[in-house]
Design a protein around this ligand. Sequence first.
Ligand code: PFF
Length: 462
Amino acid sequence: MSQNREQWGSRVGFILAASGSAIGLGNLWKFPYITWHNNGGAFVIVYLIAVILIGWPIMTAEILIGRKSQKNPVLAFDELGGSNWSLIGWLGVLTGLVILGYYAVIAGWTITSFISCMNWSMNGYTAPEEGAFGEFIGNGKLQLLLSFIFLALTAGVISKGIKKGIERATKILMPILFLIIVYMVIMALGLPGRNEAFSFIFSPDFSNLPPSGILEAVGHAFFTLSLGMGAMITYGSYMDKKESIFKNAALVVILDTVLAIAACVIMYTIIFSVPSVKDSISGSTVGMLFITLPNLLYTEIPFGTILAPVFYILVGFAALSSTISLLEVIVSLLIDKMKMSRQKATLIGAGTTYVISIFCALSLGAVDALSSFSIFGPGKEGVLSTLDHLASNWMLPVGGLFITIFVGWFMDQKIIQDEVGKFNDDGSVNFTYNMFKFFIRFIAPVAILAVIISVIFGKDFS
Ligand code: PFF
């Protein structure tokens, strides 16, 4: 199986696919709105610390496990650690199903945003009325259709395999997305709300940060970097042995973080500059990406009429390259373990996910019982929010914790040496190697554990 495992077709193949997985709705949709809810500054600092102390070592560890074993997460842990450790792989697959289930619903919104933008570009922009977004997400049939379309697109690419599907498309589209974001940041910086936005993002006031915000920042670091559930193990398993794991991991982490911060700069500058936008998002910050940006594009940005539809295609694509990595975790397990054909595995994986999507799609106002369903308290009502909270803030950090314990303490340490190289040319021990070992053994597990324990025993459990 591992001898003829498919590999990324080019040297940049991994970096594109992995950053495609990492960069997605987590950066453009979720980070700006959870940062808003957690009052900016301090939340951003905790998030950045989590990305460096926890994100980078776990990213490295996951890629390393994948490349060494050349297998999906379940079989990878089985091979490197024995059958008990394969439970982490199973937890990852389950987490993948849950995340993909609700992610496909949000991703579906990019389709309607694109259609609206086409309409505005041809017929002129009219700012949506207050409440329009709530009405849209409460339309159950439409939500079911959009999430179905998105899952079908994901399945279509996955069934074609790694190289011909995802790699080819990411190569063209991700760089364009970057350029448009840079252009939008530059334009947003010319708006009057710029200073207020910057101080919201970059002036920390820790008294404003609830304990649950700390868990949310750590959880989001996992979510946005696609860590804790084996996506990077799976992608690492297709990686060429000649590639440097340290460098690739660091690059993905940096690109992802820059994009998340850029999304906040753009969005908050508009919110602080245009009062009508502030009114329209106040009821539904979840819709920030879909409400705020068209306003900027159509009213402030040169060439916005052309850029707006292109931008939403690219957001849709960023989401697609993430859903692909989520589904690939499930599909590669079915192929490797159950010996299914790629087509059959894709159909079963996507079909099972859609069952979860149905519950999520109807939990945004369409079906009362699903919309008011609550485990985590106010602000997290509804199946979709509940699953998001459960997966990002609990399942991913727990999965990540076990990954650090496995790689730091239980796995044969020679594997780390073989995969990342321990020595410099002059025979001294590589600095990054030492740092990685220290982070993966002590810093990352202690940090995750401390956060989990403090939230479990803390007063604020929202
Ligand atoms: N990292 C993706 C995002 O930020 O949108 C979401 C994601 C993809 C999470 C793949 C987990 C994963 F395995």
